[in-house]
Design a protein around this ligand. Structure first.
Ligand code: COA
Length: 326
């Protein structure tokens, strides 16, 4: 048994912010952002919560799949920006869409989150535990970035994407994934630190420490991505006994156009096989792959029987790739 994607959906906040608008509130320019990243604009929440976007994307994926929410047995929501500590985003979506028979959970593997969630569902399906699942990647990163740090805030956007999957007899799904926790400081965002009535006053936290934002060593992340993604893709192709030439589409995490171009070059594959949407979405972390998947699906670019590679990478550090038959 292997995972087959039956339907996709996505949701972006209505409010779109261009580079020129950013340059009016901080010292940046359209030229700098486009030349370094390929990003022209991004959607920024005007109050939409992560769950709202995940619910919208999920409803669209279910409609695309022609599946009723009550048929779902498993929901995994990947996010680094949940609305609440409790309940988890998967359960919040379950409640909103009425997936009363599903078990629901949340997964954090940063920008590789959707891929890790999909791989987890594949493992459940292969083990014969579940047959129908909803996999979501959703983020409201605009509440986590430091709007006074131009080197990070211009890169990110908000949105959600979802895929409805089911067990299938034919086809294939291979994956590889990795993590290196020793490099956690390269891309981080602190949560609350221990602060309770039993902690001494010297240890009490300043306001700044209580609420920290995304911090990133951009160059280090860039180097990591350009080195690791081609390796992961080669590894998954080896596992699936396929060549790069046999792949119809490479759907990569949308962090930076230059990273995607470098990966295409290293694999010696035409960039035309690497669809991108970061020009109008920016980096939406766990949401980027499912939003892109939905865009190319709705454009009719994906044909049944095609070979697709997904690859994600990000904080953790985490990375991976999946090879599947559409
Ligand atoms: N506008 C204008 N200038 C900016 C800027 C902005 N938004 N952000 C940073 N700068 C300035 C810096 O202050 C620095 O100035 P200095 O040289 O005077 O100190 C300079 O630009 C740095 O430029 P450069 O060295 O050319 O940056 P870069 O080529 O390394 O590009 C990133 C920076 C962040 C775009 C790039 O490193 C990157 O994309 N890294 C990967 C990030 C990523 O994808 N993260 C998510 C992974 S999931």
């Amino acid at each position: 048994m292997r995972l087959r994607i039956r339907g996709t959906g996505s949701a972006l906040p209505a409010h779109c912010v261009t580079n020129d608008e950013l340059s009016r509130i901080m010292d940046t320019s359209d030229e700098w952002i486009v030349s370094r990243t390929g990003i022209h604009s991004r959607h920024i929440s005007h109050g939409e919560a992560t769950t709202d976007l995940c619910v919208q994307a999920s409803r669209r994926a279910l409609a695309d799949a022609g599946m009723d929410a009550e048929e779902l047995e498993l929901i995994i929501a990947a996010t680094v920006s949940p609305d609440d500590y409790l309940p988890n985003t998967g359960c919040a979506v379950q409640s909103a869409i009425g997936a009363v028979h599903a078990v629901a959970m949340e997964l954090n593997a940063a920008c590789a989150g959707f891929l890790f969630a999909l791989n987890t569902v594949q493992a459940y399906i292969q083990a014969g535990i579940y047959r129908k699942a909803l996999v979501i990647g959703g983020e409201v990163l605009s509440k986590m970035v430091d709007w006074e740090d131009r080197s990070t805030c211009v890169l990110f956007g908000d949105g959600a994407g979802a895929a409805v999957v089911e067990a299938a007899e034919e086809g294939y799904y291979f994956f590889c994934q990795g993590s290196d926790g020793r490099k956690g400081n390269v891309l981080s965002c602190r949560n609350r630190r221990v602060c309770n009535p039993f902690v001494s006053e010297e240890k009490a936290l300043s306001e700044k420490e209580k609420q920290d934002y995304v911090r990133m060593d951009g160059r280090e992340v860039f180097r990591f991505a350009v080195r690791t993604v081609p390796e992961a893709i080669r590894e998954v192709l080896q596992r699936g006994e396929r060549t790069v030439e046999e792949v119809d589409w490479f759907l990569l995490h949308q962090a930076n156009e230059r990273i995607i171009s470098a990966v295409a070059k290293r694999l010696k594959v035409s960039e035309e096989k690497f669809p991108m949407n970061l020009d109008h979405c920016g980096n939406t972390s766990a949401a980027s792959i499912p939003i892109l998947l939905d865009e190319v699906n709705k454009k009719g670019l994906l044909k049944r029987g095609q070979t697709i590679v997904l690859s994600g990478f990000g904080a953790g550090l985490t990375w991976g790739a999946a090879l599947l038959k559409w």
